[in-house]
Design a binder for this molecule. Structure first.
Ligand SMILES: [Fe+2]
Ligand SMILES: [Fe+2]
Length: 279
């Protein structure tokens, strides 16, 4: 019987390298398990460090009681999601996740603190709201991918993604409400600075896996000494992912980010988004 997966293979970078075809099923599942855990860590990081303090600011400063209430509900739901993901991480690997939610994600304590401090300044860093909208649209896209591959998935990982999927449309709706208020009220020069920042953040941290994704690969290789002879080839293939159109197109497909594409097209400073999203 084929072993169950923790994340659909098409959401993992190694799947797009030529060497993947030469791995045994056991080696693939072992990589998949680690990447599946990292995927949960990444979602917790987004929810708790990149988004939360910005939402707390919105819950205090948004211009209407309705909008402030939306931000409060949003925070409560994201806390609930992080609790589900945390619980699953501890169920799978109690030792690794006993003290921290982050075992594979490459963000030091200092980076976590700095990220949440930055996120608290969403009033002059509305680029973070764009990042959040894009992360939510991608979460919906990823969740649907889990459901499409339901037969191959570990039922615990599938169940948590199904629950997450149910809340994401409401989060996207709220991200749009916040952006539709905050972006136009931001001065044009600051919007331009934020647009440059957004473009840089996306390409540096949220595109080709230079840090955490690679850490998953290295951790996995350390568990498989039998792959020592293939190691150099696999690392080279990993570096070449940046030039692999199939992989790069899988990251931000326009069809998965329709709200981002539509809203960004109203703002000339976000013109880069047209080329950033792939067809
Ligand atoms: Fe969430
Ligand atoms: Fe969300």
């Amino acid at each position: 019987m084929k072993a169950l997966l923790y994340v659909p293979e098409e959401l993992t970078p190694l799947f797009f390298t030529p060497s993947y075809a030469s791995l045994t099923n056991e080696q693939r599942v072992s990589y998949n398990r680690l990447h599946g855990l990292y995927f949960l860590e990444q979602t917790i990081f987004f929810e708790q460090f990149l988004g939360k303090q910005g939402l707390q600011w919105l819950a205090r400063h948004a211009p209407s009681a309705d909008l402030r209430c939306e931000a409060q509900d949003f925070i409560a739901e994201e806390d609930q999601h992080s609790a589900w993901f945390r619980e699953l991480l501890r169920e799978i690997d109690p030792q690794a996740y006993a003290k921290s939610d982050f075992h594979l994600l490459a963000a030091s304590q200092l980076q976590q603190t700095l990220t949440s401090k930055l996120s608290a300044n969403v009033s002059w860093l509305p680029a973070l709201l764009w990042l959040q909208l894009m992360a939510e649209e991608r979460a919906l896209h990823f969740g649907r991918c889990y459901v499409r591959h339901a037969d191959e998935m570990d039922p615990r990982f599938l169940a948590v993604q199904r629950k997450h999927l149910a809340d994401e449309p409401g989060h996207i709706r709220r991200d749009l409400l916040f952006l539709e208020w905050l972006w136009p009220t931001t001065p044009a020069w600051l919007r331009q600075v934020n647009a440059w920042l957004l473009e840089w953040l996306l390409s540096e941290f949220f595109l080709f896996p230079k840090r955490s994704g690679k850490r998953v690969l290295l951790e996995w290789l350390s568990l498989h000494p039998e792959l020592e002879l293939k190691r150099t080839t696999m690392l080279t293939e990993w570096q070449q992912l940046e030039f692999n159109p199939r992989y790069m197109k899988s990251l931000y497909p326009r069809v998965a980010l329709p709200k981002t594409a539509a809203l960004a097209s109203n703002w000339p400073e976000l013109k880069f988004m047209e080329a950033f999203l792939s067809d």
